[in-house]
Design a binder for this molecule. Structure first.
Ligand SMILES: Nc1ncnc2c1ncn2[C@@H]1O[C@H](COP(=O)(O)OP(=O)(O)OP(=O)(O)O)[C@@H](O)[C@H]1O
Ligand SMILES: [Mg+2]
Length: 366
């Protein structure tokens, strides 16, 4: 079978199951045979299916280490492009907090991407899915997932060459390994940013609820769009709420609209996921919420960089350190009293200094 020639040709290989996979000469990934992957996934059996996304379905595969195989749904120029971008980008990046590409198969109408299987699934499974009731994500794990995903993103923005904007940061794209360490996944939407370019205008992709307003409305994409999505993710991690909730009567409310009144009143404890049963560090919670508010500022120029986010989460998420930056964050909101005010909001003089949040992101999921 002929192989797809994407970024450096790959040679034809034998099609025996279990045949040793080859490394291409120039790239760290493996080239799998279709038979190998059919065998590993039991012919893409429904029982092996982990989930389904816009790109296709993901299957668990039995090999010596365990793999996850993403199978492209339909072949189209767009899907082919996303496949090519994903393979190209994942092949370039190596970071402990980014999901590594194991290999791929491309032939005929099949496009398959092979990753390490992540036994602890994704954040979405723990926050809103099958494992939500088990509450395996205690507060320290949540903070470590926040830091890990921030570090993965900071690497993409600041260290990868050319810089990479992810464009689809969300809970299902943060996977968790055996140690619950975060691995940011899905670079099919990513944009490579040439040196010296501050932003690009592009067709809007991504997921409703996570889109920065300037991106949703004008297609203006820059690193700060990922920072916005990361801010939404942070609020989701802390609160266990979905980015957009449907209220009785069909009205939709986004997570920032839900959180803002609590922030204004200094009632931070009300924001914490009830499944934590009060077991969280109150100061860390407050500081992390303030950071998330900064990340989701409607003006991109007011958002921090991912390097600042990492620094801030690592150094200031601990109580009382580096007071100066903490004070900067607090400039967003002035309250007379910041003690826990659960159930008693009277008497607060709130001066909101945030940019008006009139333009929340609204766009169709692709
Ligand atoms: N390597 C992996 N190990 C374990 N689970 C995975 C792996 N890759 C993906 N998944 C899970 O499989 C499911 C489908 O993933 P997929 O990326 O196709 O869709 P999605 O993230 O829900 O949406 P989108 O297509 O917008 O990214 C998700 O729940 C995802 O967390
Ligand atoms: Mg995904």
């Amino acid at each position: 079978m002929e192989h797809f020639c994407c970024f450096g040709c790959v040679s034809e290989r034998d099609q025996e199951p279990h045949a040793e996979t080859r490394h291409s000469r120039d790239y760290p990934w493996q080239i799998y045979s279709l038979k190998e992957l059919l065998h590993a996934t039991n012919n893409f059996h429904n029982d092996n299916k982990i989930g389904e996304g816009g790109f296709g379905s993901v299957y668990w595969g039995r090999t010596s280490k365990g793999i996850a195989v993403k199978r492209l749904k339909t072949m189209s120029a767009k899907a082919e492009m996303e496949f090519a971008v994903e393979v190209e980008i994942l092949g370039r990046v190596r970071h402990n907090n980014l999901l590594g590409l194991r290999g791929f198969y491309a032939g005929g109408d099949e496009r398959l991407i092979v990753y390490d299987y992540m036994p602890n699934h994704s954040l979405i499974t723990h926050l809103h899915g099958q494992l939500a009731a088990d509450c395996l994500l205690d507060w320290p794990r949540r903070m470590s997932v926040a830091i890990g995903s921030a570090e993965g993103l900071a690497y993409l923005h600041h260290e990868a060459n050319p810089h990479i904007i992810h464009r689809d940061i969300k809970a299902s794209n943060v996977l968790l390994d055996t140690e619950f360490e975060a691995k940011v996944a899905d670079f099919g939407f990513a944009k490579l940013i040439p040196d010296g370019v501050t932003h690009l205008t592009t067709r809007v992709k991504g997921t409703l609820g996570y889109l920065a307003p300037e991106y949703a409305m004008w297609g203006k994409v820059s690193e700060s769009c990922d920072v916005y999505s990361f801010g939404i993710l942070l609020l989701e991690i802390i609160s266990g709420k979905k980015p957009i909730e449907k209220l009785p009567g069909g009205v939709k409310r986004d997570i920032v609209q839900w959180i803002t009144p609590y922030v204004q009143k200094g009632a931070f404890n009300n924001i914490a996921d009830p499944r934590l049963k009060g077991k969280f560090d109150r100061e860390q919670l407050r500081l992390t919420v303030m950071l998330a508010m900064k990340c989701t500022d409607s003006s991109p120029e007011n958002r921090p960089s991912m390097l600042e986010v990492v620094d801030w989460l690592k150094n200031n998420g601990g109580v009382g350190k580096r007071k100066k930056e903490v004070t900067d964050m607090e400039d967003m909101v002035e309250v007379e009293d910041k003690t826990d005010t659960r159930g008693d909001y009277e008497g607060f003089a709130v001066v909101e200094k945030c940019a008006p949040r009139t333009t929340r992101a609204r766009s169709q999921r692709r």
